[in-house]
Design a protein around this ligand. Structure first.
Ligand code: ZN
Length: 446
């Protein structure tokens, strides 16, 4: 079996940073320690990691490759999307199975698995539940045998995605019985509908944050947490954009409720001021929308002290053209983020490499059942490894835009220049350049 030694780096191993060597045998991490003890032979590859951080492969637990919402669709595919992910240090993604209304969920999963066959990183899926029909509840009970450990539901977007409280309770109950996590997009639908109507006729790009106020997110999160308490289901509050939402989650946890949360770099660094004052406000249309600068600061602090569990991309590859001119159906919401997840999150003031590994790797692995296979550089785990330099990286469209052709973080300074990326021991990125064979990403049954 192929043996490889990553020599002389600073290794993020679990919760500690060690100056040590890493032995990879085949697809697995075999040992940490002095390479003199590895018994290396002339045929074994030795990669000089002197001066580099050796970081676990990132798990992006919320992204949308080749997205089709029924209203909007992105033009990327799994090879394009996962190649971009790999170049950003992401070696596993948890994407979505998004059925059409009335579609059989197992059929939708099979179709998604077929799409993902060209991908280069490993992948798992959240299964989106659009309703609480008996067929849907029956499918939820079978998720575990299909290798699925989580559902996705929405409290907004009529008519396709919205669920009322009765449907949410039925789904949470069934998820609890099957030990599935439920990722919930939280925005109060009535508030969003009212505010959107009130601001109609204004410049959408400038007024977008006002159309979907923080209060809508906070209310829905409170309600979902109450229903989680009622049903015993494990819920994850999706893309926390308001600091008050993170507070609500923290309070619920202190009462012993099993609730987790995630945020994204856009909510840590961008604000409604970008919508109001940027000469290019088209870069900042997403749901939930950007909030106040105080929310950025509050979420950054929450992340550092553990009140936010995960940072995810919510990657959607709508192109610059589609964002500027709209598509049939209007302006699509959603931002590209694969290239910027690691460098932007690493640039949060006070962030350490071990804390970063917790929010980008360990916590997603634990919450979605990928632990103890993914999420850390520990013997026995998959050899998913990023070798990077602790250097500032200026975010520019040409380097970080990918398929979308732009980055919302343009002009920001990230941290961490990625040299090499390994997925199960295979080099996907070598000396900063893509070097992967298409189609070797695996479906992670969890
Ligand atoms: Zn999303």
């Amino acid at each position: 079996m192929k043996r490889m030694c990553l020599k002389g780096g600073h290794v993020v191993a679990g919760d500690v940073l060690l100056s040590t060597d890493v032995l990879v045998v085949g697809e697995k991490i075999a040992a940490l320690g002095d390479s003199a003890s590895f018994g290396l032979g002339a045929d074994d590859e030795v990669v000089d990691c002197t001066g580099c951080v050796v970081f676990p492969g990132v798990i992006d637990a919320h992204c949308h490759i080749a997205l089709d919402t029924g209203v909007f669709a992105t033009g990327d595919d799994w090879l394009v999307g996962t190649s971009e992910a790999a170049q950003g240090g992401i070696t596993s993604v948890v994407d979505f199975v998004g059925p059409q209304p009335g579609e059989d969920l197992h059929h939708a999963l099979d179709a998604r698995l077929a799409q993902a066959e060209t991908g280069i990183v490993d992948h798992a899926f959240h299964l989106t539940a659009l309703d609480a029909r008996p067929e849907t509840l029956c499918s939820i009970s079978r998720c575990r045998e299909w290798g699925i450990s989580s559902l996705k539901i929405y409290t907004t977007y009529r008519p396709n995605y919205y669920l009322d409280d009765e449907a949410i309770v039925s789904i949470l109950e069934r998820a609890s019985d099957s030990d599935l996590a439920v990722l919930v997009h939280c925005e109060n639908d009535a508030v969003v509908t009212h505010e959107t109507a009130r601001h109609r006729g204004e410049d959408l790009y400038r007024s977008y944050p006002a159309m979907r106020p923080s209060l809508a997110e906070v209310e829905a999160a409170r309600r979902v947490i109450a229903l989680s308490e009622y049903t015993g289901a494990r819920v994850v509050i999706a893309h926390n954009s308001a600091v008050e939402t993170a507070r609500v989650v923290a309070q619920a946890r202190s009462r012993g409720i099993r609730v987790f949360n995630e945020t994204a770099p856009q909510y840590l660094f961008l604000s409604a001021r970008d919508n109001r004052e940027s000469p290019e406000p088209w870069r900042y249309i997403l749901q939930p929308p950007l909030r106040a600068a105080e929310d950025n600061e509050g979420l950054q602090a929450s992340l550092l002290f553990g009140a936010v569990d995960m940072v995810i991309t919510d990657h959607c590859a709508y192109t610059r053209e589609e964002k500027i001119h709209g598509m049939a159906g209007g302006v699509p919401g959603g931002l590209p983020g694969f290239a910027t997840l690691l460098p932007m999150t690493a640039s949060v003031p006070g962030m350490t490499w071990t804390k970063l590994a917790r929010v980008l790797c360990q916590n997603p692995a634990r919450i979605y059942g990928l632990w103890p296979r993914k999420g850390a550089i520990i013997p026995g785990f998959d050899a998913d490894i990023v070798v990077l330099r602790d250097e500032p990286v200026e975010i520019i469209d040409a380097r970080h835009g990918g398929f979308a052709g732009y980055s919302p973080f343009v002009g920001h300074l990230g941290r961490g220049r990625i040299d090499r990326v390994y997925r199960r021991g295979e080099c996907l990125v070598c000396d900063g350049k893509l070097a992967a064979h298409p189609g070797r990403g695996e479906y992670l049954r969890v």
